[in-house]
Design a protein around this ligand. Structure first.
Ligand SMILES: [Fe+2]
Ligand SMILES: [Fe+2]
Length: 200
């Protein structure tokens, strides 16, 4: 396991202090997932020329708000004047898009690339920086993930990060549609921006 020493002053504290703040927010299972996402993000970051400290922080905080009650998100959407369309969705969408706002205020992390990686880790986005792509894929591929096609997804992503993003965007949309689940418009935009482009 890689344990970075933070030097870039992105989070006002040590990695251990950040971990303590996160473990206060999450039940043990979710917390262990977060640690695995950090490690997978570090591997993908090294391969793709992405800053390791940013990958570590983004990986650790991506699910910071996952176990907050709905009322916290609804209050935040109103207080921070976020798109009221968000009120029609739920935790799956809120913990990233709205979670980033809670992270800013509670953890004092203001790096927009990191915050966008949190915002877009579930839905993806039309444009994603290499860091955002790393976190999006690390969440999908961390070692405990076990879904049909995960090995193929890991292979594809090891070869080319963008092709991995397209794979996930396609399969996530497919899953939502097949199960009659709501599709947040951004997920559809992500599909359109990434999937046809990577089709051979
Ligand atoms: Fe998440
Ligand atoms: Fe996650």
């Amino acid at each position: 396991m890689t344990e970075l020493t933070y030097k870039e002053n992105i989070f006002p504290g040590t990695r251990q202090e950040l971990i303590d703040r996160i473990s206060d927010q999450l039940r043990p299972k979710r917390f262990q997932h977060v640690l695995r996402v950090e490690q997978t993000a570090l591997e993908l970051a090294a391969k793709n020329g992405v800053d390791a400290e940013k990958a570590s922080i983004a990986g650790l905080i991506h699910d910071y708000a996952k176990q907050r009650p709905d009322v916290d998100f609804i209050a935040a959407i109103k207080a921070y004047q976020l798109d009221t369309e968000l009120l029609n969705y739920g935790n799956a969408i809120w913990h990233g898009l709205v979670g980033a706002e809670l992270i800013k205020r509670e953890l004092h992390i203001y790096d927009e690339d990191i915050l966008n990686a949190v915002r877009h880790h579930t839905t993806g986005d039309v444009y994603m920086t290499p860091l955002e792509q790393v976190v999006y894929m690390a969440d999908y591929l961390e070692p405990a993930r076990d879904f049909p096609g995960v090995d193929e997804a890991r292979k594809i992503t090891a070869k080319d990060l963008g092709t991995g993003v397209a794979y996930q965007a396609q399969h996530t949309l497919q899953y939502l549609v097949e199960n009659g689940l709501p599709v947040y418009p951004k997920s559809l935009e992500t599909y359109n921006a990434w999937v046809p482009r990577y089709q051979k």
